[in-house]
Design a protein around this ligand. Sequence first.
Ligand SMILES: [Zn+2]
Ligand SMILES: [Zn+2]
Length: 474
Amino acid sequence: MAASSKVSFFGGVDEIGGNKIIIEDKGTRIVLDFGKSFKARSKFYDWNETPRVANGIGDFIAMGLLPDLGGIYREDMLALAGRSKREDPLAVAFFLSHAHADHLDYVSFLREDLELYMGETTKRIVESLEYERGTRLEFEITGYKRRPLEKGSSRIPRKINTFVTGSKIQIDSIEVEPIHVDHSIPGCYGFVVRTSKNTIVYSGDLRIHGNNPSLTRDFIERAAAEKPDVMICEGTRIDETSLTKEKDVFDVSKYFVERSKRHLVYADYSYKDIDRFTTFYNVAKSTGRALLIHAKVARYLKSLSSGGNPLKLPSLGDENILIYKPREKSGVYHDHDYSKEDREIYEGNQNQVWTAENVKRNPSKVIIALGSYQIDQLVDISPTEGLYLHSSSEPFNEEGELSEEKMKNWLDRFGLQRIHLHCSGHASGRDLNDIVSSIQPRLLIPIHTEHGGLFKLLHGLKVKVPELTKEMEI
Ligand SMILES: [Zn+2]
Ligand SMILES: [Zn+2]
């Protein structure tokens, strides 16, 4: 009798994110997600500190940020760590569920000849973010520059394949079928994986209380029809029941903005979350204001609007969108203070560009959506009172966010009242119960959670909480 399939977890165990799942069948291995583990990383590094490049992959492995897996890492990073022996890659194909850091970012360390598979929207988001961030060791997805960096060195591209719902990708005896799900960034997928022995479904990150529940419903229906042997399911909020919806964020925001008629309103959310952007755009529109965004957000919207504008985003010329031009080097808005790309945005949307002086004169005309990393613009705008709408959608601190304490000090300094409103990107405990009950897997493996054991209470199904690096026969 042929050996059974195996699954092992190198991240996402007892933590939210950092998913790295290896599935093995007949000697072939594929990997589902290869994310950055915020939990492991924050044990030793602040968000703005990076492990030493001088030791290549060495510091990442020694400090538990990357698993020590053979043959999959970039040669330049291995060489710096004194590990130049060439090995056959442990796995040949990597499937990425969506564009969040905790599922994707550590692809940055993979060899360029391994096959990457991602949704078309994910690729677009990644390209847009890479463009904004420039060369950064922990975010080089579509290609990378050899370390140590040399002036003028060219970028080495990776092999990227894109998929859509219903694509069927065959890697030897393993077949992978992506199916869309709804989450807090566009272009998210779950996977049905068929091996020679069994069928495994993987949820990625999902919810059914967002603006597009039908996407997740499609996944549930498809997964249930498979009568899967195994379901690997995210459990971020298995211990929560709150069902705040995107519409609630809209209603509460609108309520407070309407009552802050003359005042400045500052909205802080992840600009990559298009649902949240749309919510604040609609709040602005319905309260006679415009949403004031950064030039890089304007580019992000533009890149997601191409190809027929599938997300139905407003155009940059829309009267309820304004673009903020901050004071930079010269302090007096000299053209050479700005990148060519920023200048293009300003010049292409001249009637739409506002500076701090415009905001200062007309605080009631805008909702400032510049994120926490640009809170220092308040010095130029100098409000004495106003509203701060805090609305992040991910459970971990994205890079660049201020600590809560520092943010509170900024708000106190400028008299802004904080309102927290939030619709999670993740299904609640009750919804997870419904999802798993509908799919009815023979075995449930919870990941992306610190409370995996709770699934045992909820479902009465066979549940096995995985152990890090330990192979499970399935
Ligand atoms: Zn995640
Ligand atoms: Zn996510």
